[in-house]
Design a protein around this ligand. Structure first.
Ligand code: SAM
Length: 230
């Protein structure tokens, strides 16, 4: 069994057993290889847009003798899958803005997908925003620290009902706010201190309309986080 990071292993715990999986931006294909070896899934597509990581994924799958179970495809985002071809999609290890951009550009290919498991390194709010606009219901969230970096995992399923967040929930995550564990507190304490430093700098600048708006936004975020982690 290959060994993968705690981050990727945690992502695999959200893959429904027996899914057909697409791992978009698979790099070394560690995640689908692990999920197949663990018996969570029996079939997967590993998608990569870049030639180097595509080769790494292909070589990894071959080295483990999993070519009959994992197909490595070269392509941009969701263009490597057809509608109804897979039932779950993982996109991990990228910024939230890039992940939501991949979802937006490929959303017609999400037909038949029952589960999205997304692991942004930052900017999870862009993904929650995309869920709201595209009728995906957030059904779970996780936060974990590994090698001094903090990662979030967002899990969603399709819904017919409009799913909305308030500004604080969109920024912090409703499940994570509710749980408010020590990793969550650490992340947002760090962010808050960073915003406070920026605010002090902005207080010294000429109060143009743009500066005033930025300060107001920062104050709102600082208040929201103070309230959430108190
Ligand atoms: N998913 C792995 C993980 O979480 O460890 C690899 C993350 S790596 C930092 C990001 C990978 O996404 C890179 O291999 C990059 O080539 C790939 N990537 C970036 N944009 C992509 C896109 N539009 N479509 C497919 N792959 C993409």
């Amino acid at each position: 069994m290959i060994t993968i990071s705690n981050r990727l292993e945690k992502v695999t715990t959200y893959i429904p057993k027996g899914s057909t999986l697409a791992d978009i931006g698979s790099d070394h294909a560690f995640l689908p290889c692990f999920a197949v070896q663990k018996g969570i899934i029996s079939k997967a597509i590993a998608g990569e847009v870049n030639e180097g990581p595509f080769r790494s994924a292909y070589n990894q799958v071959k080295a483990l003798g999993l070519e009959d179970k994992i197909e490595v495809r070269l392509g941009d985002g969701l263009e490597v899958i057809d509608p109804y071809e897979v039932s779950a999609v993982v996109i991990a290890g990228m910024g939230g803005q890039l992940i939501s951009n991949i979802l937006e550009r490929g959303k017609e290919r999400l037909q038949g997908i029952e589960r999205l498991i997304l692991q942004p390194n930052m900017g999870a709010r862009f993904i929650r925003d995309w869920f709201e606009k595209n009728n995906w219901k957030l059904i779970g969230e996780s936060i974990l620290e590994e090698d001094e970096k903090i990662y979030e995992i967002l899990v969603a399923k399709p819904t017919n009902v409009q799913n909305t967040f308030n500004d604080t929930e969109r920024l912090l995550g409703p499940f994570l706010m509710n749980e408010c564990n020590s990793t969550f507190e650490k992340k947002w304490k760090r962010e808050k201190e960073n915003w406070e430093r920026i605010l002090i700098q902005l207080e010294k600048a000429l109060p143009t309309q743009e500066i005033c708006e930025r300060k107001e936004l920062l104050k709102q975020k600082i208040n929201a986080v103070t309230e959430a982690i108190k």
